[in-house]
Design a protein around this ligand. Structure first.
Ligand code: SF4
Length: 192
């Protein structure tokens, strides 16, 4: 299956109840040329509206942070753990995340990232859980990278705050920017 074919499957998916309330599924977008994939929690209202990830206020902060590092957003593959918007932007339910997880696994197996940047608690807990690491609070693992194998792909899972959390609490901004810089610089130096 190609990435484009997978995106089509996701757009038509009815595996969990979120399909009933979405306007558009949000499979993901971008390129893997830097070897890095960014994984957030779930689409919000702006993303649901247009079917693209990280296009609202949090997405603009992410795009700006990447641009300040000289990284074109289009050179990074960006997606979420859950591909359809939970109503009212509530966190995805465990069953919804479980129903959607095979799509993230398939994206990893197709794209073979060297590094996956997990934004926020839902993404960090999901991805680190796949390599056997339990996470209580994102603050316990933030700013670090953990090696592991997901969907047969050896990679590193690197954790930082979700940009929506940075918007709510600007004091997290410095750590967020430093983490993104470290994860991308380390990735670029090490693999390219
Ligand atoms: S959230 Fe995932 S599993 Fe649920 S309907 Fe959307 S694509 Fe399918």
């Amino acid at each position: 299956m190609t990435l484009e074919e997978l995106h089509e499957v996701i757009k038509n998916c009815t595996r969990c109840p979120l399909h009933k309330t979405r306007r558009n599924a949000v499979p993901g977008e971008g390129d893997i040329k830097l070897g890095i994939m960014i994984v957030g929690e779930a689409p919000g209202a702006s993303e649901d509206e247009v079917g693209r990830p990280f296009v609202g206020a949090a997405g603009q902060l992410l795009t700006k942070t990447l641009a300040e590092l000289g990284i074109q957003r289009g050179d990074v593959y960006i997606t979420n753990v859950v591909k359809c918007r939970p109503p009212g932007n509530r966190p995805p339910a465990r069953e919804e995340a479980a129903a959607c997880l095979p799509y993230l696994l398939k994206q990893i197996s197709i794209l073979k990232p060297k590094r996956v940047v997990a934004l926020g608690a839902v993404s960090a807990k999901t991805l680190l859980g796949l390599v056997g690491k339990e996470v209580e609070k994102v603050g316990d693992v933030r700013g670090r990278c953990y090696p592991g194998k997901i969907a047969g792909v050896q990679l590193e899972i690197c954790v930082t705050y979700h940009p929506a959390a940075v918007l709510r609490n600007p004091r997290l901004g410095e750590d967020f920017r430093r983490d993104i810089a470290t994860f991308f610089k380390g990735g670029l130096d090490r693999y390219f």
